[in-house]
Design a protein around this ligand. Structure first.
Ligand code: 13P
Length: 257
C-alpha cells in the first residue's frame, strides 16, 4: 500500500445541461453519505457550462466533491474566441483539469506541445492537471504501446518541476478501451500504469514518481473497479459513461464496500 490517496474522477464529457448537472451532483452527494473521504478523493468533471452551477451547489452544502474542468487554454486572457482560461477556472474553485484526453487529441488537434502548454498553465494557476495518455488499437497491435506512453508522458510533463509532477495525476486510458465496453484487463492496465510511473521516475525522479497518482480509464464500471484498484500502480480511475449515473458512480467510488 502506498500513501497515495485514491482518486476517482467522473469525466462527464459533452453530457448534461446545467440543470441536469445540478441534479446529478446532488444525487451523488446523497449516495456518498457513508463514504470514507479520507480514503478516496471524489471529483466530477462536468462541461464548462455547468461548472458555476455545480460549484455553487458543492459549496452551499459543503460537499466533499472536487471539481474538474475537461480542458483549458494556456493564455490567461485576450483575443482567443471560444476558449476558457486558467484564471477563469481557478476563480470557480476548479481543482483539477483533464488535459490531453484522447478525444481531444483525435478530434481537436491536440499535440504534445499544446498538451504540455495546458499542463503548465494549469499548474501555474494552482490547479492540478490530469494528463491523459494511451495507445490506439493499431499502436498496441504494432507493439508501440511503450513508445507511445513514454512520448506522451515525457512530452506532457516537459519543463514541469518534480514537486508539481508529484502533485499531478496521469490517466492511462488505452484508446481502444474508451466507450467500447471493452476494458483492459486488470493486468494490462496495471502494466500500463507501471510503465507510466517508471517513465515519470526516469524523467522527474523517484520522489515525483512515488507521489503522482496514476489512474486507469476505459470502460470502468462498478463490476470491474475493484480489480483495477488492487494493482500496485493504479491509484484511481477516470470514469466516463459510468459516471453519468450517480448510483453507478457512487458504487465505483465505494469500490471496497
Ligand atoms: P468510458 O468510461 O466511457 O469508457 O470513458 C473513459 C474515458 O474516456 C474517461 O475519460
Amino acid at each position: 500500500m502506498s500513501d497515495r490517496k485514491d482518486l476517482i474522477v467522473g469525466n462527464w464529457k459533452m453530457n448534461t445541461t446545467h440543470l441536469e448537472a445540478i441534479q446529478m451532483v446532488q444525487k451523488l452527494f446523497y449516495r456518498l453519505a457513508a463514504t470514507d473521504h479520507e480514503r478516496v478523493e471524489v471529483v466530477v468533471g462536468p462541461p464548462f457550462t455547468s461548472l458555476r452551477s455545480i460549484q455553487t451547489v458543492i459549496e452551499a452544502d459543503n460537499m466533499p466533491i472536487g471539481l474538474a474542468a475537461q480542458n483549458v487554454y494556456w493564455e490567461s486572457e485576450g483575443a482567443f474566441t471560444g476558449e476558457v482560461s486558467p484564471p477563469m477556472l481557478a476563480a470557480l474553485h476548479v481543482n483539477h483539469v483533464i488535459v490531453g484526453h484522447s478525444e481531444r487529441r483525435a478530434y481537436f488537434g491536440e499535440t504534445e506541445e499544446t498538451v504540455n502548454k495546458r499542463v503548465k498553465a494549469t499548474l501555474a494557476h494552482e490547479m492540478k492537471p490530469i494528463l491523459c495518455v494511451g495507445e490506439t488499437l493499431d499502436q498496441r497491435e504494432a507493439d508501440q504501446t511503450e513508445e507511445v506512453l513514454v512520448t506522451q508522458v515525457s512530452g506532457g510533463l516537459q519543463g514541469v518541476t518534480p514537486e508539481d509532477v508529484a502533485a499531478s495525476a496521469i490517466a492511462y486510458e488505452p484508446v481502444w478501451a474508451i466507450g467500447t465496453g471493452r476494458h483492459a484487463d486488470a493486468d494490462t492496465a496495471g502494466v500500463g500504469c507501471g510503465l507510466v510511473r517508471s517513465t515519470v521516475a526516469g524523467s522527474h525522479g523517484e520522489e515525483a514518481a512515488a507521489g503522482i497518482r496514476i489512474l486507469y480509464g476505459g470502460s470502468v464500471n462498478a463490476g470491474n473497479i475493484k480489480d483495477f484498484m488492487a494493482k500496485r500502480d493504479i491509484d484511481g480511475a477516470l470514469v466516463g459513461g459510468a459516471s453519468l449515473d450517480p448510483d453507478t458512480f457512487a458504487a465505483v467510488v465505494r469500490y471496497w464496500v
